[in-house]
Write a protein that binds this ligand. Structure first.
Ligand code: NAP
Length: 346
């Protein structure tokens, strides 16, 4: 009797719109089997009579076991990276930097559409996506992300824990009883990160891999209303310190990305300074002033450093394990790129 292969399917669909109407749809169905990997791709143009017409009918891009294997990727200098918070801001910049250099990524965030866009732009041979709230531990996103990387590409070379939330932004005296608000913030910023790290450790040991944690200056400075956020980032810094001791095969570095022009900064200005007035006058002036005076960094500046650092395997990078470093620290000079990364300092 022939042994049937185990098959797992995931499915992505993206529709392009022209003049407000669906112009064409892109369907991608990667199929993982115990025998080989196929990616079925179909692009359907929709005519004005709304009949769908396949223009490239289910072309089969077969990737044999060798082509999809970790050994071949290593030979080609291609790395497999799991990246959280990839839908926008710093994470999106990291994703573009890595994908434009042919690395393979498993992307995580809640916003499905933003991840689909990356999948569409770079193709299913380079991108896998897993959309959902990382603090919903019943979904086992951490285990699934690692399984996806390994089943698809045979290895994990790096994990970037980049997702994050500022919430709750409140003075400690104003918190609801029961610390549920802090617990929610820690679920996202700390525990989801710890869970990703836990799940990735066995694979990262095998590749002498990297863990990069996106931390913050708030880990070591006080801002009114940011106690939960700052404490969660301090916890990430300690996670790096502990991993450097416990996991000598893996290099773990915590990065302070500076003050970056992302949705998080918009939220600080519009919600926490202007609407809710939670922040102090001094801090409000600082963040409003940075925006007004063009002092915010482009996400590509710290994002580029994180991207280069996570796919590096050199001794200099390895010597930084356990450290908390600013993106523009002298110790990271070989990962900084002058022209591309030019932006205001924080
Ligand atoms: N911007 C700054 O000035 C600054 C300064 C210091 C540190 N940082 C740190 O840099 C990292 C990136 O921040 P950013 O500035 O790029 O902010 P951002 O634009 O708000 O991006 C945050 C990312 O995290 C994801 N995310 C948030 N909650 C999530 C959840 N529960 N589950 C899954 N994904 C979640 C978001 O995706 P979805 O909304 O799609 O889930 C998004 O991709 C964060 O860790 C932040 O703390 C930023």
């Amino acid at each position: 009797m022939t042994k049937r292969p185990t098959i797992a399917l995931s499915y992505h669909q993206l529709c392009a719109y022209r003049n407000g109407k669906v112009d064409h749809c892109f369907l991608s169905i990667p199929c993982y089997s115990t025998l080989h990997t196929h990616t079925q791709i179909g692009i359907f143009h929709l005519s004005s009579s709304s009949e769908s017409r396949p223009v490239r009918k289910s072309s089969n891009i077969a990737q044999n076991t060798m082509a999809g294997s970790g050994e071949l990727l290593e030979k080609n200098g291609e790395k497999v990276v799991i990246l959280s918070g990839a839908s926008r801001g710093i994470g999106l910049a990291i994703a573009h930097q890595l994908l434009s250099n042919s690395h393979k990524l498993v992307l995580l965030s809640r916003s499905h559409a933003a991840l689909d866009q990356l999948h569409y732009q770079y193709g299913s041979d380079r991108v896998e996506i897993l959309a959902g709230d990382l603090s919903d531990f019943s979904q086992n996103f951490a285990g699934r992300a690692v399984d996806l990387a390994v089943s698809r590409w045979g290895r994990v070379d790096a994990l970037v824990v980049n997702h994050g939330t500022l919430d709750p932004v409140k003075k400690i005296a104003d918190l609801e009883p029961g610390v549920g608000e802090w617990r929610n913030g820690f679920d996202v910023n700390v525990f989801a990160g710890v869970d990703l790290v836990r799940a990735a450790i066995p694979s990262l040991r095998a590749t002498n891999g990297r863990i990069i944690l996106t931390s913050s200056g708030a880990a070591i400075s006080g801002y009114q209303g940011w106690a939960a956020y700052g404490a969660s980032k301090a916890a990430l810094n300690h996670l790096a310190i502990s991993l450097a001791v416990e996991e000598p095969l893996i290099t773990t570095i915590s990065i302070r990305p500076g003050v970056v022009d992302t949705e998080m900064q918009r939220e600080i200005r519009d919600v926490h300074i202007t609407a809710n007035k939670v922040m102090s006058e001094k801090d409000s002036e600082k963040f409003l002033g940075l925006k007004e005076n063009g002092g915010l960094l482009r996400p590509e500046a710290p994002g580029g450093v994180i991207a280069r650092l996570c796919v590096d395997s050199g001794e200099k990078g390895r010597a930084l394990s356990g450290k908390f470093l600013s993106w523009n620290d002298e110790a990271l000079s070989e990962f900084q790129e002058d022209s591309e990364d030019a932006g205001a300092a924080s």
